[in-house]
Design a protein around this ligand. Structure first.
Ligand code: HCA
Ligand code: CU
Length: 378
């Protein structure tokens, strides 16, 4: 497994801009880019300079910010686009062309032989300009493997830095991705990037499988925003790696995930989903009595992510009918109240009965605990 050596290509400012609600002003792009850079991603991918005049200017501006992350832009695989990309002064260019029969037939209309020619022409040009160069096939999962291997071999022979595979429609399973990357790893000496959409919920697992099979670069976006329902989420990918071994992500400034998720959610006008990795509002909330008891004794019983490492805190939810007396005791201790075990057990049964009749709040529970503590000795 090559999990230790990987880089993140953060595409919130490219794939993320393709999310239905996304519109980022130049100032907002700079804010996102700067925060991602402080977080520690190795690359930032920006929208094609051909998309609009402002997109061109934004590439120039962000390339000149002097960030640690390498600035990439993303274009179609033709010479005109590649030249414009180089003109912006970015450090690298990601080119992509569709190789599936769907895209060959219904999008650009080229044959594999024509793709081979244009790929070599564009890659040779980009390399001659001294920029880091990546060549990727769109819809790789629905392309003929032998076709894409042939094209990758040709660009690899020219010295391309990276080839990319893109699960453009989110159809791949972890096993398919693993097998495809493993095959490419055998065939090629250059780096391998994976870009995966999340239409069937596999984007994070697929990115992880790609790494296990020898991929070196993974595309992400904050909250996973992108075309349709998006791609591998930055926070989710980090959670996946951390769960394997926290050392894998110690190069990143983990507490900034919360800032990144909040910033991007605000800018694209969505709430952070309740079940989001790390930053969902319920991500570190424990509810059932059995869970609460064990977590109070040792959080590792039910937590593979330590909230402290992400600048977050756990919450034990006590105001409901699944609660247990250890959780109630924990709450009484937080409030500095002196109640013995018998009282706590009695109060727990009271809470359960009250909760059977409707929603309880923490204030309701606190009031009960305060009353009981104040009446001691009455
Ligand atoms: C796109 C398609 C793309 C490209 C991915 C890549 C995809 O919207 O341009 O360059 O690796 O999912 O295929 O995002
Ligand atoms: Cu994509």
């Amino acid at each position: 497994m090559s999990l230790e050596k990987f880089a993140i290509i953060e595409s919130t400012l490219r794939e993320g801009e393709q999310f239905v609600n996304a519109f980022f002003s130049t100032a907002e792009k700079i804010q996102i880019a700067t925060l991602l850079d402080t977080f520690g991603v190795e690359y930032l991918e920006l929208t094609s300079p051909l998309a609009s005049p402002e997109s061109y200017n934004d590439c120039v501006t962000i390339a000149r910010l002097g960030l640690n992350a390498k600035i990439l832009t993303h274009t179609r695989c033709n010479l005109e686009d590649a030249k414009k990309a180089v003109d912006t002064g970015v450090g690298g260019v990601d080119v992509v062309i569709g190789t599936s029969s769907y895209l060959r037939e219904f999008s650009h209309g080229r044959t594999i032989d024509q793709i081979l020619d244009i790929a070599q022409e564009v890659v040779a040009y980009l390399l001659s300009q001294g920029v880091e160069t990546r060549f990727s096939t769109e819809d790789s999962l629905r392309s003929d493997v032998e076709d894409i291997v042939r094209v990758y071999r040709a660009v690899c022979a020219l010295g391309v830095h990276r080839v990319g595979i893109a699960d453009t429609v989110g159809v791949g399973t972890p096993r398919q991705i693993y097998d495809l990357v493993a095959r490419l790893r055998q065939e090629l000496t250059c780096d391998i990037e994976f870009h995966g959409h999340n239409d069937s919920g596999c984007a994070i697992a697929n990115a992880y499988a790609a790494l296990e099979a020898g991929a070196t670069h993974i595309d992400t976006s904050v909250l996973g925003i992108g075309e349709r329902n998006g791609i591998t989420s930055l926070g989710g990918f980090i959670a996946r790696l951390y769960a394997t071994d926290p050392a894998l992500v110690k190069k990143y400034h983990l507490p900034l995930i919360r800032n990144l998720d909040s910033l991007v959610a605000r800018l694209v006008r969505v709430d952070i989903p309740f079940n989001n990795y790390i930053t969902g509002f319920a991500s570190f909330t424990h509810k059932a009595g059995i869970h609460a008891k064990a977590v109070l004794n040792n959080p590792a019983t039910y937590e593979i992510l330590r909230p402290e490492d992400f600048g977050l805190t756990r919450y034990i939810h006590v105001a409901h009918r699944l609660t247990g007396w250890n959780a109630v005791k924990g709450r009484a201790e937080q409030l500095g109240l002196c109640l013995d075990d018998e009282q706590l057990k009695y109060l727990t049964s009271e809470i359960k009965t009250m909760a059977d009749h409707g929603r309880l709040t923490l204030d309701d529970v606190d009031a009960l605990l305060y009353d009981a503590a104040n009446s001691v000795g009455d």
